[in-house]
Design a protein around this ligand. Structure first.
Ligand SMILES: Cc1cc2nc3c(=O)[nH]c(=O)nc-3n(C[C@H](O)[C@H](O)[C@H](O)COP(=O)(O)O)c2cc1C
Length: 146
């Protein structure tokens, strides 16, 4: 089974709804094993074929829990080169976090990133949740080789 991690932070539930939709889309692809959670150890990242980050923007930044995952992976020397990376997130007015995550995945970890990230103003609507499902499906299809 190809492992796909959906890691997210969400303080008021908006990015969480997006994360659930991404995971749902990914789970619809046979052969993809999908984990949806707030945190993963470096070892789990190393074992994943793809990592998708849900990153809301607070104070123009990626929030600490997401930074911590990236920081720990970097310190542990996790190799993610060539693996698929994607990002999404809810925001209120500037929405920098998903792009910042993708920049790190691409330039620090050498991942193959899916761009642009999905950004949603506050609470996701049905059409935006469908976009998130589509992203999950796309990532899962790539990792199971379809
Ligand atoms: C203290 C605080 C700071 C915020 N800073 C930003 C910001 O710099 N840029 C932005 O686009 N949105 C900002 N927001 C809005 C949030 O990104 C927005 O409410 C988003 O829906 C939160 O997602 P979540 O429910 O997944 O936590 C901020 C919200 C709060 C409460």
């Amino acid at each position: 089974m190809a492992k796909l991690l959906v890691l997210y932070d969400s303080q008021t539930g908006n990015t969480e709804k997006m994360a659930q939709a991404v995971a749902e889309g990914a789970r619809s692809v046979a052969g993809a094993e999908v984990d949806l959670k707030y945190y993963a150890e470096p070892k789990e990242l190393a074992e994943a074929a793809a990592v998708v980050f849900g990153a809301p923007t607070y104070h123009h930044e990626i929030t600490l829990p997401i930074k911590q995952i990236l920081e720990e992976a970097a310190k542990a020397g996790v190799r993610l080169e060539g693996k698929i990376g994607a990002a999404f997130g809810s925001y209120g007015w500037s929405g920098e976090a998903p792009e910042k995550v993708l920049e790190i995945l691409k330039n620090r970890f050498g991942m193959k990133t899916i761009e642009p990230p999905i950004k949603v103003l506050y609470e996701p609507k049905q059409a935006q949740l469908e976009e998130c499902q589509k992203l999950g499906r796309r990532v899962a299809q790539e990792v199971v080789g379809k």
